[in-house]
Design a protein around this ligand. Structure first.
Ligand code: T1G
Length: 687
């Protein structure tokens, strides 16, 4: 068996089979070496008179998961992927792709150019390029419609999702499916040898198939895609390129595709989305070297909104949950919330009825703390009051095992003070979930002064098992996310007092890309929540307008949705309306404060709001509250609805450039004060 190594690609001859075996950790991405290895393999085996079929397969965890993201941003190198893919399709010896894991992007495009595709039943395929602000750039928009039809192709390319191959079994995409536990290499070889011996193996090219005509109302379709894209360009471009595949030969269609791909690759949106992909993976890497503890049994103290959301998150991730409340009624209410959370998963098809029941079988309720004696980890999610939390932790100290990790879900209380009542403070950390805890991906793992590496490493590993985006942060008021959120809120409310209307602010921020207007968010979460937390802190005398608009709402019983009015008014169906009464309360407060009202441009509103986030984010990094500056963006992408295609506050600062950020912050500091706009270290923006 001849075997030659070409940069992570092995070329193996086995009887009449030529095997191109890719072995490039971690996901067999199409690096330059892999691309070269594939072309060399095709050339070599096509030229050999002995080889009757060529198999492209991968080792390790998955078939090719796409172009090599590490090569983006660098000048493209030959062989370019479209040429590699076309070379495969034009090969005169039949080429078979052997799929498992997640064949994505360029990997799926390689498979589409092969003459046969075989796969394990568990294999997934997809063209997720739009998630990186791109479109498929190696024939995916032209070949996929020729295999699965235009409608399915349009769906797959514009939503960027992964599809199980057995969901596509009726499309002819896969020539042979093997059971999940099959030895794929062996099964593929025997399948191909059978085709050879029966004389059935032929060269069948997807590119030679015509695209079936479709009755798609393209204008309607594209406007639907535009609406769903919420400002992202790639899905709309993808739809337009697929539309062209109908009117052109595959050669011309690929030219349109390549042109559009290269343009998107240079776009800020794609840079932001690729940056987001990279920083999410970086956030999971910490300076913690300790091996995490095994966690199976989790105690949750408190079955309110947060506690039941946290319990739901653990249940859906396979953990045993011991739920503690003070009374049977509170437990019953908590269980109702958990069942409601889980049943919404069933309704959305994320969970079967039997999985729903299995989850419920793993939750145990009690009013006795002693029932936590078997817990590996306990998360406290009770009322935000330091004294009550301290009494809970002193109880936990006596009833839990010594190696049980004790975590508080507090949003802003001092974890060092909570830890002070426990005999062994190193086992106390923060695990700050975001509401609703079973939906929001962000988890701040808070390192208190005495927190042990073991406790922190275990919490980070539990966060990964929960499917959370875990970020390690230090202790300060509001940790990282909420401290920035407070600074952002202060800026928004200051502009209210200065004359910007409630609707103008919310519209300016949502038009810019925020998932929700900041004042509508306040109404949703309850204006009194933040107000009560701030009232427990000394009032900043240097900032007389500090959240006075919110205070006025609370003083007038306007707490938000829950009282039918806040910054907006809500009807019985919960529909939101602008409310002149709210505006006039704010104007009265502004007059009392001697603030001169003026008009605002939307651009100034967005600028000041984003600069407030940038300023606070830079300060947090300087103080060492976050490990790396990009963690600030991970927190804002996953905790606060910052538009992913804008990368995050720090990404935006880097786009503006250090000089412009400095000029803007200096101007705001001159206008207000250095207390509001402190000097920040900007050099990191040049890195
Ligand atoms: N290139 C390089 N490295 C990659 C990679 C890629 N495409 N995908 C993942 N990695 C690295 C990742 O950075 C991490 O590295 C490790 O693999 C594990 O990833 C022309 C242009 C495959 C589903 O968009 O969706 O093809 O941190 O933690 O949760 O049309 O990674 O360990 O050093 O995410 O099991 C299209 C992106 C590219 C796929 C695995 N392909 N990747 O998820 O592990 S554009 C994608 C994923 C393209 C063509 C166009 C996921 C995954 P490290 P992980 P995971």
């Amino acid at each position: 068996m001849a075997n030659s190594e070409i940069n992570s690609v092995n070329l193996i001859e086995k009887n009449s089979l030529g095997i191109i075996e890719i072995d490039y950790a971690p996901v067999n991405a199409l690096s330059q070496g892999v691309r070269q290895g594939i072309v060399d393999g095709i050339e070599k085996f096509e030229a050999s008179g002995e080889i009757k079929a060529i198999i492209i397969r991968c080792k390790s965890r998955t078939f090719i998961a796409g172009a090599d993201i590490k090569e983006f941003g660098k000048p493209p190198t030959e062989p370019f992927l479209p040429d590699v893919v076309n070379r495969i399709e034009n090969c005169n010896t039949p080429v078979i792709a052997s799929l498992f894991g997640t064949s994505l992007g360029g990997g799926f495009e390689v498979a589409l150019a092969c003459h046969y595709r075989v796969a394990l039943e568990s294999a997934k395929v997809g063209l997720p390029e739009v998630n990186l602000g791109l479109i498929p750039g190696a024939g995916g928009t032209q070949r996929l419609p020729r295999v699965v039809g235009v409608g399915k192709a349009l769906e797959m390319v514009t939503n960027g999702k992964h599809y199980r191959v057995n969901e596509l079994s009726s499309t002819g995409l896969i020539d042979k499916l093997f059971p999940v536990d099959a030895d794929l290499d062996e099964a593929t070889e025997s399948y191909v040898e059978e085709l050879i011996s029966s004389g059935q193996l032929v060269v069948k090219r997807v590119g030679e198939k015509s695209v079936e005509t479709s009755d798609i109302d393209w204008d309607q379709e594209i406007s639907n895609i535009k609406r769903k894209a919420r400002g992202k360009d790639a899905p709309v471009v993808a739809a337009e390129v697929i539309r062209k595949s109908l009117e052109n030969s595959i050669e011309n269609g690929m030219k349109f595709e390549r042109e559009a791909f290269l343009k998107l690759r240079e776009s800020e949106q794609s840079a932001a989305l690729r940056y987001a992909f990279a920083i999410e993976r970086a956030a999971g890497k910490t300076d913690l070297t300790t091996v995490p503890l095994e966690v199976n049994n989790v105690g949750v103290i408190g079955a309110g909104n947060m506690g039941s959301g946290i319990a739901t998150a653990f249940l859906t991730s396979g953990f045993q949950v011991q739920l503690i409340e003070q009374t049977a009624e509170a437990l019953a209410a908590g269980m109702e919330r958990i069942e409601k959370n889980l049943s919404s998963n069933v309704k959305r098809g994320r969970m079967s009825q039997s999985q729903f029941e299995e989850c419920l079988s793993r939750v145990h309720i009690s009013t006795e703390y002693e029932s936590l004696s078997g817990s590996d980890l306990v998360i406290e999610a009770i009322f935000e009051n330091i004294d009550i939390k301290k009494s809970v932790f002193s109880k936990l100290d006596s009833v839990t095992r010594e190696d049980c990790i004790l975590a508080t879900n507090t949003s802003y209380l001092d974890i060092n003070e909570i830890a002070s009542v426990v005999n062994d403070p190193p086992r106390v950390i923060g695990m700050h979930f975001f509401s609703p805890a079973n939906i929001m991906k962000l988890l701040e793992v808070v390192r208190a002064e005495k927190s042990s590496e073991l406790a922190l490493a275990t919490a980070m590993s539990v966060g990964k098992k929960l499917g959370k985006m875990s970020v390690l942060v230090g202790v300060c008021f509001g940790f990282a996310g909420n401290r920035m959120y407070t600074r952002y809120g202060r800026e928004i409310q200051q502009m209210l007092l200065e004359g910007a209307s409630i609707e103008q602010i919310d519209k300016a921020m949502t038009n810019w890309g925020m998932a929700m207007g900041p004042l509508a968010v306040q109404d949703l979460s309850g204006i009194d929540i933040g107000h009560n937390a701030r009232s427990a802190q000394p009032f900043p005398e240097h900032d007389p307008g500090y959240f006075r608009a919110a205070a006025t709402m609370v003083e007038n019983g306007r707490l938000g949705r829950k009282t039918g009015m806040g910054f907006y008014r809500y009807d019985e169906e919960g529909k939101k309306y602008a409310d002149e009464a709210a505006e006039s309360l704010i104007r009265t407060k502004a007059t009392e404060l001697g603030i001169q009202l003026r008009t605002f441009e939307d651009e100034e509103i967005v600028d000041r709001a984003i600069l407030a986030l940038i300023s606070e984010g830079l300060a947090l990094f300087k103080e060492g509250i976050v490990q790396r500056i990009s963690d600030i963006d991970v927190i804002w992408l996953h905790g606060y609805g910052f538009p992913r295609h804008k990368g995050g506050p720090i990404f935006q600062a880097k786009q503006m450039g250090k000089l412009l950020v400095e000029q803007k912050l200096d101007a705001l500091r001159d206008k207000e004060s250095a207390r509001i706009w402190p000097q920040v270290e900007l050099s990191i923006l040049n890195s």
